[in-house]
Design a protein around this ligand. Structure first.
Ligand SMILES: Cc1cc2nc3c(=O)[nH]c(=O)nc-3n(C[C@H](O)[C@H](O)[C@H](O)COP(=O)(O)OP(=O)(O)OC[C@H]3O[C@@H](n4cnc5c(N)ncnc54)[C@H](O)[C@@H]3O)c2cc1C
Length: 413
């Protein structure tokens, strides 16, 4: 008989503690020293980004090193299905790992987070849907951290309304030929492979019942181009690109999952992404509150510690209340997802709450630091940026509220 969910959950959490101990030892002993040795790259935008706006070659080289060393140590693919050679770990661990990593290492860093494969540009549960031939062709270096990917769904005129996409895949003999433009695609300037979503049946797409399929496309294919990199928040470059596909030809086995059912795959990926973002936001918020707590205990004005003013301490109390609520909500959501395999409603609520909570926490924590809260040195600005981004990416707060409201109005709590 299967163990009760709560007993299984405790066992999972005990294992998570062991795993996290090993992972943070790895990051502390391998990744942090590497980051420190190359601090000049991370301190200055002009060394971090190349002329094109993509990551500079030395940054790419360091990311590659971290991925490969983490893969060799057994951490990188912990969320990839076991049958493909990964760790096969589920949503409870996924939430906990990302929360802890972000809480420990904080914002304005990228190397520590490259130690674990990110769902949208590295091996994930989506690999299960690759054809046997595609796996043979590309999986080994992908699992080893040598190659990476991107998840190309959004388009200039199809963001929230992904059904409005116009990228097409037409059959030509045994091949598929893809044409279209994708926008906002994270990691596309660096990726070796792209999971590209395209219309394969116009009638089904128009009825919003299917007709969209996913293909794994090598970014070196003739006709595939990263036309530009999108820079955010005044930075010199970015991690998101605009792609064009002009008659890109791929073989039949490049189809990922079932024909016309690409949206099911997208939903699987995005659900993981939303839980990842909950972990990221709760962790980042936790990091900021620790910084703020330490700062207000030391900083004095008018001869008094600023922690003694309620105008300073109460906002921090509000942060603690909201972080606790977000964490409890996300753990419960991860447990439901692990036990039932689908929790779209719970994930939507959790993503709305934790991402907005993280923005509020950064606002308050920056404010209690005074001018220091705005400096590059304290890194709070980057946590605020990250929280701001995820209120739009992976399903905007409004679209998620629309989905939540539909269920509530339909009678579900
Ligand atoms: C940093 C970043 C990384 C991203 N990475 C990826 C990626 O890797 N792959 C990928 O495919 N996509 C990616 N995206 C795209 C992301 O999924 C879209 O930006 C998002 O879906 C919103 O689409 P949009 O930007 O076109 O906004 P729009 O759809 O134009 O929406 C504009 C505004 O209107 C609101 N709105 C729209 N429709 C409704 C409605 N029915 N009811 C109420 N409000 C509505 C939205 O919430 C938003 O506030 C990324 C985006 C960002 C910012």
């Amino acid at each position: 008989m299967a163990a009760p969910v709560t007993a299984r959950h405790s066992a999972v959490l005990a294992d998570v503690e062991d795993l996290l101990g090993g992972l943070t030892d790895f990051v502390d002993s391998v990744v942090v020293p590497l980051e420190a040795r190359h601090a000049e790259l991370f301190d200055q935008g002009r060394r971090f980004y190349a002329e094109s706006g993509a990551y500079s070659d030395p940054v790419r080289e360091l990311l590659l090193q971290v991925r490969e060393r983490s893969a060799a140590a057994g951490y990188y693919t912990m969320f990839v299905p076991e049958e493909l050679g990964g760790g096969g770990l589920g949503p409870v661990t996924l939430y906990e790992v990302w929360r802890r990593l972000y809480s420990r290492y904080g914002p304005a860093r990228i190397l520590p987070f490259a130690s674990v494969a990110h769902w949208s540009y590295a091996p994930s549960s989506l690999c299960r849907h690759l054809s046997a031939r595609t796996r043979d062709e590309m999986l080994e270096p992908y699992l080893a951290g040598t190659t990476t990917s991107c998840f190309a769904m959004s388009e200039p005129d199809a963001g929230s309304d992904a059904w409005a996409m116009t990228t097409r895949a037409r059959r030509d003999g045994e091949d598929w030929v893809l044409t279209g433009t994708k926008q906002w695609i994270t990691n596309s300037p660096e990726a070796d492979w792209a999971f590209v979503f395209a219309v394969t049946d116009e009638e089904q797409r128009a009825a919003r019942r299917g007709g969209i399929s996913c293909f794994l496309v090598p970014t070196s294919a003739p006709g595939f181009a990263v036309d530009s990199v999108i820079a955010l928040f005044g930075q010199a470059g970015g991690h998101e690109g605009i792609l064009s596909l002009t008659d890109v030809r791929v073989p039949a086995h490049a189809l990922v999952g079932a024909l016309h059912q690409g949206f099911d795959l997208a939903l699987e990926g995005v659900s993981t992404g939303r839980l990842y973002n909950a972990g990221r936001c709760v962790g980042l918020a936790d990091w900021a509150l620790r910084q703020a707590g330490a700062y207000v205990a030391e900083r004095r004005t008018f001869g008094t510690r600023i922690a003694d003013y309620q105008g300073v301490s109460f906002p921090l109390a509000d942060c603690a209340v909201e972080i606790y609520a977000g964490d409890a909500m996300a753990r419960e959501c991860a447990r439901t997802l692990e036990a039932t395999g689908a929790a779209h409603h719970e994930i939507a609520m959790t993503k709305v709450y934790t991402t907005e909570m993280c923005s509020r926490v950064y606002e308050r924590c920056m404010q209690v630091h005074g001018g220091m809260g705005l400096t590059n040195e304290l890194r709070l600005y980057d946590g605020w940026h990250q929280a701001r981004i995820v209120r739009i990416a992976d399903g905007s707060a409004e679209i998620l509220r629309r989905n939540i409201a539909r269920k509530v109005i339909g009678g579900r709590r």
